[in-house]
Design a protein around this ligand. Structure first.
Ligand code: GTP
Ligand code: MG
Length: 314
């Protein structure tokens, strides 16, 4: 008998099958499906509603709002959310999109961000309440915002003071991913310079954007994060119109100089944004929301509750 056989024997005998745990978990997760909540925020008229419709196009048209792709967009006047269930290869994803009205065009813009911050906190608070109830459901419906797309005006110069204020507030409570809106109005060179400028300003104002560096990151995580950090802010173009390019219908914008195909990587970074949201970072955005933003909300609330209780006791 070889030494080798001797050493493998006991291991083979003790096989109990727990390696199937991954497929057990997978089955359970697949059955339950995933919930993903995205919000768009930014100044008025930057194309927030349009981009949402561009990203989730085929699913939105037969659900809510616009039924004709060439119907004009309406100004968003209040925070509203809509849910769409998408199934791909047996995986169920419930997408909840929260559209917010643009801010910044009032005479007095003070506290214009408050309803948005309140909305985000309200979702945390609802989740906490459900977590704390005695008869708690085995599965809590999650409405916490996992990703906030922040729209930057394509001025080519710098961020607006109001944007810096709003960004500060948002990054404290949610994963923020900035995008350069309507980037078809910038040339490639302008876009590169503007991106650099925005990165510098964010760093200068100490605005903490997703993804956050963590000690637990392995090389793979780090590489993934770095590849995304390079791309952020995504320079995007949205369109609700379908244009025919080389006989193929695509989402695009026609202007005096030609056609912008939103799905063409040479024209804009729409595809990168969509891949980031749906392919590469979906799970991490959900997990980071629970582990960082919700956790910090929760510990603050529980601490406040405890202090209140102690005060009443005395
Ligand atoms: N050039 C250009 N125009 C765009 C783009 N995206 C949207 N628009 C146009 O900009 C206008 C405003 O778009 P909306 O999507 O309503 O903007 P919004 O940010 O939702 O506006 P509010 O709801 O008022 O805050 C519409 O006429 C769009 O067709 C884009 O990427 N490039
Ligand atoms: Mg809108």
């Amino acid at each position: 008998m070889s030494l080798d056989a001797e050493s493998t024997q006991p291991i083979l005998q003790s096989y109990v099958g727990f390696d199937s745990i991954t497929s057990q978990i997978e089955k359970k997760l697949l059955k339950r499906g995933f919930q993903f909540n995205v919000m768009v925020v930014g100044q008025s008229g930057l194309g927030k509603s349009t981009l949402i419709n561009t990203i989730f196009a085929s699913h939105l048209i037969d659900s809510k709002g616009r039924t004709q792709p060439d119907e004009p967009t309406r100004q968003t006047v209040e925070i509203h959310s809509f849910t769409e269930t998408v199934i791909e290869n047996g995986v169920k994803l419930r997408l909840n999109i929260v559209d917010t009205p643009g801010y910044g065009d009032q005479v007095n813009n003070e506290n214009c961000w408050e309803p948005i911050i309140k909305y985000i906190k309200d979702q945390h608070s609802a989740f906490l309440r459900k977590e704390l109830t005695a008869m708690r459901d085995r599965f809590i419906q999650d409405t916490r915002i996992h990703c906030c797309l922040f729209f930057i005006s394509p001025t080519g110069h710098s961020l607006k003071p109001i944007d810096i204020v709003v960004l500060k507030k948002l990054t404290e409570v949610v994963n923020v991913v900035p995008v350069i809106a309507k980037s078809d109005s910038l040339t490639i060179e302008e876009r590169i310079a503007f991106k650099q400028r925005i990165k510098e300003e964010m760093a200068f104002h100490n605005i903490k954007l997703y993804p956050y560096a963590s000690d637990e990151d392995d090389e793979q995580d780090q590489a993934l994060n770095e590849s995304i950090q390079d791309l952020i802010p995504f320079a995007v173009v949205g369109s609700e119109k379908t244009i025919v390019v080389d006989g193929k219908p695509v989402r695009g914008r026609q202007n005096r100089w030609g056609v912008i195909n939103v799905e063409n990587e040479n024209h804009c970074e729409f595809i990168h944004l969509r891949n980031f949201l749906t392919r590469t970072h979906l799970q991490d955005l959900i997990e980071t929301t629970a582990m960082i933003h919700y956790e910090s909300f929760r510990s603050k609330q529980l601490l406040a509750l405890k202090e209140n209780g102690q005060q009443q006791h005395h």
